[in-house]
Design a protein around this ligand. Structure first.
Ligand SMILES: [Zn+2]
Length: 129
């Protein structure tokens, strides 16, 4: 066994929303049940049924903050999940995009502000001013 953290996933759909049947014993000192054993019976919430489960290594995660000068936003730059994964994929060119890398924009400038800087009017959603 390694120290690498693992997660339990459904072998059918890959969901992490998996529960295991288990036995528990009351602990007087901690005033709660503590697991004594887990069974090999799993339930996947996404498949909505019994499933097989397996341990896989937890992926590594970075939280990044980008700052971009207004001139580039005015020139059309905006960052969404798709563009972020494209940026990551340009560096990790051999990575499998659907399974080995993920990117998600967690916080972004207000879309209305970006559109204003880019010269759009609210009543003309497709055409620059
Ligand atoms: Zn499943």
């Amino acid at each position: 066994m390694t120290n690498q953290p693992v997660k339990i996933i459904c072998t059918v759909c890959g969901s992490e929303d998996v529960t295991a049947d288990a036995s528990a014993k009351w602990c007087v000192e901690n005033q709660c049940y503590e697991l004594t054993d887990t069974c090999d019976t799993y339930h996947c919430e996404d498949c909505d049924g019994e499933c097989k489960a397996k341990e896989v290594p937890v992926s590594f995660k970075w939280t990044v903050e980008f700052e971009v000068d207004e001139i580039w936003v005015a020139d059309g730059f905006d960052l969404d999940d798709d563009r972020a994964i494209n940026m990551l994929n340009m560096d990790l060119t051999l990575a499998m995009r659907d399974s080995e890398i993920k990117a998600k924009v967690l916080k972004a400038p207000d879309k209305a502000t970006i559109r204003r800087v880019q010269g759009y009017k609210d009543d003309q959603p497709q055409e620059p001013v």
